[in-house]
Ligand binder design. Structure first.
Ligand SMILES: [Zn+2]
Ligand SMILES: [Zn+2]
Length: 498
């Protein structure tokens, strides 16, 4: 496959769509943009991408070097191109200006380059001064700054682009990536002996009315391939093979499962179950000792990565009852319920009661709140992390055990932010449990990943942003999110700022 430089592709796209005005973003436009990214990411990138990343690093180091300090004993030789490059544009501009002007007037007597260096110590030699001057005259900025501008403009154009028209014109179709194994966790047969609306009216709503929204919950499992991808990729019509670039072929067939709980009043329970696929169905003793410990994750294992009856019982005991209201009602589908009422009853703590409502088989896609809305957002959030990992070739391998735990811990922590209450309430509204449509709100992924301006910098270290925290509202770079500022630990947040 021919190597590409993504920034060239983006620039070409930008040129093609310059005439479009900005408008509101629709879901299908977002999907198209994701798909285009998928295509770009599926190509091996040229070394230019490496330069792009290096440019970013240089920009960062230049920020700390750009202020000339009196005690700086900066020496550089032309043989050291890297040190020459880390001088930022503003600094060069100032140096050139100082060389040419005095008090806003052109200098009467030309200044020697050594005199310029006396003040701008990062200037290594005479030639460089002329280069800086040419650069300043051409109005060019360093690569990274250019890319920032291009990316910002491109995003505007992308979101303004029309989905169908674009696809037709380019003869591009959205297709399922052929190599990916898609799995259907919803194996149940359609059984409409109990109609969904009857279930809602006769079984669910009476409990909702009598016990209140806070006591009415829904919990469901969601399976993840160890590496999740957008699954669809744009391809030219007629192309047979749709390759998806993946970090590990093996990882695609392995999976894990999460089980989280939400309530009708918009809360997410502060802890969830995460079941990883492990050889022999359990963690080795050594693994258990050193395994990543996340405050909101109850980690278990099974040989398939799916939940067995024992897992579901453990979920009731550790992840449900401690956080449930005194008299609670939980909606489960026939899979999650596992139909062992007797064993479940034994786990009910003294002083609490439980009413378990089983969603009729075949109706979960219509009336299970987690299914109709929540997990879709959850998965797209996970994808943002994984796509970013792929794009930057980050040393984070998302199919490794500890990284799965951390990734899901971050996602769950974000979902728990009071900011996303309306999103959870909306899941229950959409599934038909109440009639009060929450006021306009941003979903977790919209707020965390799409609301940061492309030129915004990380709150902690001024690097390129990656996401905005749904709790503290801060923009974070990937590193400050994943490892924490100065490796202080990943961004697990509970400081809510309106
Ligand atoms: Zn940062
Ligand atoms: Zn935060």
């Amino acid at each position: 496959m021919v190597k590409i430089n993504p920034s060239n592709v983006v620039r070409l796209l930008l040129e093609a769509y310059v005439r479009w005005e900005k408008s509101d973003v629709y879901d299908h436009e977002r999907e198209l943009a994701d798909n285009i990214r998928g295509v770009i990411d599926s190509y091996p990138t040229s070394t230019d991408m490496q330069e792009f990343l290096e440019a970013e690093d240089q920009l960062l180091s230049s920020q700390s070097l750009s202020q000339p300090s009196s005690d700086s004993s900066y020496h550089s030789t032309p043989e050291d191109p890297k040190t020459m490059n880390i001088v930022d544009f503003e600094y060069k501009k100032k140096a050139v200006l100082y060389w040419r002007e005095e008090d806003g007037q052109p200098r009467q007597k030309k200044l020697k380059w050594e005199s310029v260096r006396a003040r701008y110590k990062q200037l290594p030699d005479n030639t460089t001064l002329y280069r800086w001057a040419a650069l300043v005259d051409s109005g060019q900025k360093i690569t990274m700054e250019k890319l920032k501008v291009i990316f910002e403009a491109t995003q505007k154009r992308f979101i303004a682009a029309r989905n169908e028209r674009f696809k037709k014109k380019m003869n591009i179709v959205s297709r399922k990536v052929t190599k990916f194994v898609t799995r259907s966790y919803d194996d149940e047969r359609v059984d409409l002996k109990v109609k969904p609306d009857e279930f809602l009216a006769l079984e669910a709503k009476p409990y909702l009315e009598n016990r209140g929204m806070a006591a009415f919950g829904n919990s469901d499992q969601s399976g993840f391939l160890r590496e999740l991808h957008s699954g669809r990729s744009l391809t030219f019509r007629g192309e047979r093979h749709v390759p998806g670039r993946i970090q590990s072929q093996n990882a695609m067939t392995h999976s894990y499962t999460i089980q989280s709980t939400i309530t009708c009043d918009g809360r997410m329970f502060p802890q969830m179950l995460l079941c990883l696929q492990e050889v022999g169905g359990k963690f080795g003793p050594q693994v258990e000792k050193i395994m990543f410990d996340a405050p909101n994750i109850h980690a278990m294992a099974s040989s398939s990565g799916k939940l067995t009856k024992a897992h579901v019982l453990s979920w009731f005991e550790k992840d449900y009852f401690p956080f449930a209201e005194k008299d609670s009602t939980i909606l489960l589908d026939s899979r999650s319920g596992q139909k062992d009422q007797e064993a479940i009853d034994k786990l009910i703590p003294a002083g609490k009661t439980l009413r378990l409502l089983t969603i009729p088989a075949g109706a979960t896609s219509m009336i299970q709140p987690c299914d109709v809305y929540l997990f879709r957002i959850w998965k797209s959030g996970v994808r943002k992390f994984e796509d970013r990992g792929m794009l930057d070739d980050l040393p984070v391998i998302f199919h490794q055990r500890d990284n799965i735990i951390e990734l899901q811990s971050i996602m769950h922590n974000q979902f728990c932010s009071p900011r996303f209450k309306p999103q959870i309430q909306y899941a229950f509204y959409k599934a038909g449990y109440h009639d009060e449509r929450p006021a306009k709100f941003q979903t977790m992924t919209e707020y965390c990943f799409d609301s940061v301006s492309l030129v915004e910098e990380c709150y902690y270290c001024q690097r390129f942003y990656f996401m905005r925290c749904g709790w503290c509202t801060r923009a974070l770079c990937f590193d400050c999110c994943w490892n924490g500022y100065e490796n202080a630990g990943y961004h697990f947040c509970e400081d809510f700022v309106e």
